[in-house]
Design a protein around this ligand. Structure first.
Ligand code: AMP
Length: 125
């Protein structure tokens, strides 16, 4: 069920629990600004989620309210993960779903990173 991205942050969401270590995740990277871990239901050979440590509902919330340091740290972390996983030369895809039409289900900003095979059309026709 997609979320309403205009709602306030819910600190009981599943990624908040992953950040606090209350539920397990298969982490591939973490730093001061971001944590990256395997998606539990991968849609490609490589399917990683990168999330900021800060409490932001969506890309909209983050872009409006995060500090310049948080934004730079998060964007750099996404790039580091892609390079660490060897995805740059073959190529990869980033995706951030926002709210209802975007199909966002978890109300903590996350960027999907897909790779490991040619990914086809950007959207189903
Ligand atoms: P979205 O539709 O953009 O909100 O995507 C949410 C993603 O979170 C989906 O791809 C889920 O498979 C993934 N997901 C949900 N719960 C977990 C979890 N506990 N660990 C890792 N990934 C999860």
């Amino acid at each position: 069920m997609p979320i309403d991205a205009t709602q306030p942050y819910d600190d009981q969401n599943i990624f908040a629990k992953i950040l606090r270590g209350e539920i397990p995740s298969r982490r591939v990277y973490e730093d001061e600004w971001a944590v990256a871990f395997h998606d539990i239901a991968p849609l490609a050979p490589v399917h990683i989620l990168v999330i900021p440590r800060g409490a932001y509902v969506s890309w909209d919330d983050f872009s409006a309210n995060a500090s310049a340091e948080e934004i730079a740290g998060f964007v750099r972390a996404v790039g580091i993960v892609a390079r660490d996983l060897g995805l740059v030369a073959p190529g990869y895809r980033l995706l951030a779903n926002v709210g209802g039409h975007g199909g966002q289900e978890v109300p903590h900003l996350h960027v999907h990173m897909f790779g490991g095979q040619p990914l086809g059309a950007m959207l189903a026709r």
